[in-house]
Design a protein around this ligand. Structure first.
Ligand code: FAD
Length: 304
């Protein structure tokens, strides 16, 4: 369930709140209840959620729909490019919509500008968008699927959740690093360089270990789904993989069962900086240092 208050800012004018409920139709097949009845029945099963809705009033009738996922077979071709939501949709979970849109715009924008100058509108130039869009869908699809499987067992969910946290954090590192270098040099080539690392659509395309983690998590969740793997054992394997990972500082303890939430602190930043200089692989260390510098500069500027 997703609840999105639109008045989360002093300047907001909209007092409303968006409410979305996603059910796996393989487990909860759609029947002929009205949307209002479906929602009321859901609340009846979860009294603590119902409590939060006791004074809520719907400003428009509930809407219920069928399967949400769709994707186009081809997203770029002669004189067209379907971007983001027009190209496909996976799930509201993890709110990846705007990220996906920005990734696409970043890759499409410079190609359109170059093509309008040199007249080369060929698929050689635009073909990368196909791989990028598919890669973005695949990453989202894997993590959403693994999460829906994970929801059935606390230990598994606790482990799968780490892979999402790592993807979000490290994806930021990748972009913060590029932005930091762009700010210092004014060279917009740093954004095009993001396309050069293989794994289009991955938040951290530079790390083979990170990209393997997503596949491993999905494969283990598939095995749990098919009943050939025990959820607790799958969770143990995911956490063990994260513990041995070379793409995150071990001092963050992401692979420990009880590190359920992660909050950065100056002490952790210092430990991370030491790891980046001494032990991190070359594709990770310098990027993380740049990203941290960029973040600190942004904070200082915001504090002025
Ligand atoms: C309630 C809600 C909460 C969300 N929360 C998040 C979030 O927290 N984080 C996140 O990353 N994503 C979130 N998303 C998803 C995100 O909003 C979308 O993924 C993103 O806006 C898609 O961008 P887009 O440009 O592809 O499509 P859109 O933003 O849908 O833009 C398409 C535009 O095309 C216009 N249009 C349609 N048909 C025509 C036509 N025939 N002629 C001219 N114009 C047309 C539409 O009016 C619209 O302005 C949320 C979505 C919803 C509904």
């Amino acid at each position: 369930m997703g609840l999105i208050p639109f008045d989360n800012n002093p300047d907001s004018l909209n007092p409303l709140c968006s409410v979305g409920l996603t059910l796996d139709p393989r487990v909860h097949p759609k029947d002929d209840r009205t949307p209002q009845q479906e929602f009321d029945d859901f609340l009846a099963r979860f009294p603590e959620i119902a409590h939060q809705f006791r004074e809520a009033k719907a400003v428009r009738p509930w809407v219920s729909t069928g399967r949400l996922q769709y994707s186009a077979k081809q997203v770029v071709g002669e004189r067209f490019c379907l971007t983001s939501h027009a190209a496909g949709f996976i799930d509201a979970l993890y709110s990846r919509g705007l990220t996906n849109t920005m990734e696409l715009v970043n890759a499409l924008g410079w190609r359109l500008i170059a093509a309008s100058k040199d007249g080369d509108w060929s698929m050689e130039r635009f073909g990368y968008l196909e791989d990028l869009q598919q890669g973005l869908f695949d990453f989202h699809d894997d993590i959403v699927y693994s999460s829906f499987v994970g929801f059935r067992d606390y230990e598994l969910w606790n482990a799968v959740n780490r892979t999402w946290m790592l993807g979000t954090m490290l994806g930021n590192v990748m972009l913060e690093d590029a932005y930091y270098r762009f700010e210092r040099t004014g060279d917009d080539g740093v954004f095009r360089e993001l396309e050069q690392h293989g794994h289009p659509g991955s938040p951290l395309p530079v790390s083979a270990g990170f990209n393997r983690m997503g596949h491993l998590t999905r494969e283990l969740c598939e095995a749990v789904d098919q009943g050939t793997e025990n959820p607790g054992e799958a969770a143990r394997k995911i956490l063990s993989y994260v513990r041995d990972a070379d793409f995150i500082a071990p001092s963050f303890k992401f692979g420990e069962r009880d590190t359920r939430c992660f909050a950065m602190s100056p002490a952790k930043m210092a430990m991370n900086a030491r790891w980046c200089r001494r032990d991190a692989p070359p594709e990770i260390g310098p990027r993380m240092i740049n990203a941290s510098k960029g973040l600190v500069r942004m904070r200082l500027r915001a504090g002025k």
